[in-house]
Design a protein around this ligand. Structure first.
Ligand SMILES: [Fe+2]
Length: 369
């Protein structure tokens, strides 16, 4: 055991501030990695491993916890995580969540998105009808059936269409992602997580603008339609507002066959035991494991600063902790408006990174001088 817990240096915090993420080399000790891999190998078909101590210890017993405690603040030790094991496979013909053929999508099929968004499986046939007809057909095809445009609607990813009863907050939120790498992902095209470096500043600014404009935030707020009716299947999700996407296009951007350009993400190249920590606002995506010789194995944790809702325990897997499983409504005491707290967090991401405040203040001061 190290006597002094690992923390981020000032230089690492500056990287986290500027890029929106940092890769912690060897954050998880080899014996924890080995134990997790053995458990994955021993899994029964269909077994969910996210709640096993072998997976949750990757955060709870590793350097990730002291690093986050110092840089971010207190949080519930995760009791669950997303098991992201992706088999090696060739490009597919199916329509991805953006409504494009998987094989046509650049950067190994990256679908850069913010988390907390409702995803209903997109139609696999080209849609006909008016945009309104396509929209209503789409939202009625979720797991709860046809409820119309309603806050009870949830996606196949179980995220509600809107978080709040008034349908003015179209996204869930938390504070930090942790991607723990369990296999060799040092070459591109092995299914690694991809990140839109620096775009966390742009998404935050966009959300501030939405709030100022009319208080409606996320998809279906200003500047962010939920559905792209111009996608090849005429019903693709808009996972990033166009005005954010545009800021990251350059001569290096690759295109889909319709001529649309897509921002080039950075592939998070990691070795077993490395962990990537990002802010919630970071657009990201898994990618296709096209060249891998084994399945890509990442455990994904979603961490919320305890001060957002001290009375509620979060598991570490949900991206919309203001609501319960399958969209259940949670109890909040008098005067505690969870939607307003989340709007505040969406508009000021560093507020929940308590150990970053000096670095953030220095970066802001440097930006105006
Ligand atoms: Fe995601």
């Amino acid at each position: 055991m190290n006597a002094t817990p690992r923390t981020l240096s000032d230089a690492e915090k500056r990287t986290l501030y500027r890029d929106g993420y940092i890769i912690l080399k060897g954050a998880v000790a080899p014996d924890l990695v080995e134990t997790a891999l053995r458990r994955i190998k021993a899994a029964k078909k269909g077994e969910h491993l996210g709640t096993t101590p072998e997976m949750t210890n990757l955060v709870n017993e590793s350097d990730v916890t002291p690093v986050l405690h110092e840089a971010m603040g207190q949080f519930d030790p995760p009791t669950n995580c997303q098991v992201a094991v992706n088999k090696a496979r060739p490009p597919g013909d199916y329509f991805n969540n953006l409504g494009y053929r998987d094989r046509d999508m650049p950067y190994y099929g990256a679908e850069s998105h913010m988390d907390g968004l409702c995803t209903i499986g997109v139609p696999q046939t080209v849609q006909e009808g008016t945009p309104d007809e396509i929209y209503l057909r789409h939202i009625s095809s979720g797991p709860k059936g046809d409820l119309g445009r309603h806050p009870e609607v949830i996606g196949h990813n179980t995220v509600p269409l809107f978080q709040d009863p008034e349908m003015t907050l179209g996204m869930g939120s938390f504070t930090a992602f942790v991607f723990v790498c369990l296999n060799d992902q040092t070459r591109e095209g092995c299914g690694q997580t991809s990140l839109l470096k620096g775009a966390h500043h742009a998404t935050e600014k966009f959300l501030q603008w939405q709030r100022e404009t009319n208080g409606h935030m996320g998809p279906e707020g200003p500047g962010w339609p939920r559905i792209n009716f111009d996608a090849p299947n005429r019903c693709g999700h808009v996972y990033l507002p166009e005005s954010v996407r545009e800021q990251f296009l350059d001569d290096d951007s690759e295109t889909t066959p319709d001529g649309k350009r897509w921002p080039r993400p950075t592939q998070a190249l990691m070795e077993p035991g490395d962990a990537c920590i990002t802010v919630f606002h970071m657009p990201h995506s898994g990618t296709r494991n096209e060249h891998g010789t084994e399945s890509r194995k990442n455990m994904i944790f979603r961490i919320r600063n305890k001060k957002r809702q001290p009375g509620h325990v979060v598991s570490g897997v949900t991206d919309h902790p203001d609501r319960g499983s399958m969209g259940a409504w949670l109890e909040y005491e008098e005067g505690n408006d969870p939607w307003e707290r989340s709007r505040d967090a969406l508009c000021n991401q560093w507020e929940e990174w308590e150990g970053m405040s000096r670095i953030v203040a220095e970066e802001w001061a440097a930006a105006i001088t």
